[in-house]
Design a protein around this ligand. Structure first.
Ligand SMILES: [Zn+2]
Length: 132
């Protein structure tokens, strides 16, 4: 049960993500079409550029964790365990697809790709949570 909860915590933590990358539309013939983007505040660090290393607190911390180890609490609050953001790599912003700049046919294809990607991620997440 603990292993399952640890995998669940890890899978649900936004900090455990891939770095920001230019979004592309994958066509059936294998062509990759760059998509129009705009910059937005990083969804992971919310513009800070850093976050606590998820291996420190991904499973959650309690008041007892800090009470039992005041030095850890002080270091934690001081940012000792912070790291450069896994998403924006410290830039504080990330690229997001600009749907308003996409032609209707490209947008429809992109929405289809997003649905397929979400289904794929859900299947992978399910396998990961089962420990497969
Ligand atoms: Zn960030």
């Amino acid at each position: 049960m603990n292993a399952y909860l640890e995998r669940l915590n890890w899978a649900n933590d936004a900090r455990n993500c891939e770095p920001d990358a230019a979004p592309v539309l994958y066509l059936d013939d294998g062509t990759e079409v760059p998509l129009p983007t705009r910059w937005a505040v990083c969804s992971v660090c919310e513009g800070k550029g850093t976050h606590v290393n998820p291996s420190i607190d991904c499973d959650g911390l309690t008041a007892e964790d800090f009470a039992d180890d005041p030095d850890f609490a002080e270091d934690y609050m001081a940012g000792t365990y912070d790291q450069t953001c896994n998403r924006c790599k410290g830039r504080t912003t990330e690229r997001v697809v600009d749907l308003d700049k996409m032609p209707a046919d490209q947008r429809a294809a992109y929405e289809k790709q997003c649905r397929e990607d979400a289904q794929q991620r859900a299947e992978e997440r399910s396998e990961y949570l089962r420990g497969a």
